[in-house]
Ligand binder design. Sequence first.
Ligand code: ADP
Length: 323
Amino acid sequence: VVRFANEAAVQQFPDTRPGDLLTLTFRSPQLSDALREAADGTPGLVQYRERGDSARILKVEIDTVRRPGHKSGFLLVTLFDVSEQMALAKMRADFVANASHELRTPLTSLTGFVETLLGPARDDPEASENFLKIMLGQAERMRRLIDDLLSLSRLEMRAHHQPTDIIDIVPVLRLVCEALAPVARENGIVINADLPEQPLRVPGDADELTQVFENLIENGLKYGKSGGKLDIDVHRRTAAGLPVVAIAVRDYGPGIAEEHLPRLTERFYRVNVASSREKGGTGLGLAIVKHILNRHRAEMKITSKLGVGSTFSVIFDELVTAI
Ligand code: ADP
């Protein structure tokens, strides 16, 4: 029978009131067993998932508390909500599994070609050259993956440090457009960048923001190829009374079905794995973008319509005071 519950317990488990049976509201056979064993003198620890919508994972520690000179005692039941910890652990495990899988595929292919070059293709220079080209492609894919994984891990380490520099975002955008001009040409796309004359100051790290727009514009060029053009618009406006800068990258490609939109920034999430691979994608680009923007306290909005195209917008707080 519950005799006492502290403030946190009352808040977290409002149905369990002093005077009630604990097992009335905590309907877990494991917990009942552990309570019985603790009452018999063997205190223990159980972990279980709550039933119902909330589905919290609880770790329950049971200790015996004896009052000197008294025969009967109390049980101290301490409940820890470990749901977040468990979800995080699962995410880490999934991430390692995904990363290993992504690396293993090109590695398997490399090994296969090396074996062929040492064996059947040994005296066939034409086939050998062909295979070496494919091997180079696979090795480059592994390098891109490792670069992206390292970027992510560096960003994670700095996740709680906001950038302290103040930069003009206009030249960043101009440089990214220039750097990607060859990719645009290759894909037959015209970039229409409507960049303002005056500087637009935002709190940020120039290298990281370059990476953000490189990713978004390159995606627009790769996946939006069929649209033939890509627009980059920069707007200043106010949001909740504060000045913001909104930068939109709009392509006229095939678009993305609505159900994928909330998941695009997940690591290794791709609408079409084969199409991403064929375009040299790692599935980590938008995860990196999201990480950088979180660190900058900037927001990303994705809107898309099948058959019409996609718009990736980034919204920064603008610093209007002179630096
Ligand atoms: P990837 O390395 O595969 O390009 P990203 O994280 O950059 O990885 O993007 C994740 C997925 O989102 C891509 O595989 C693609 O399916 C989809 N995607 C991203 N940008 C666009 C776009 N502009 N148009 C259509 N699909 C896109």
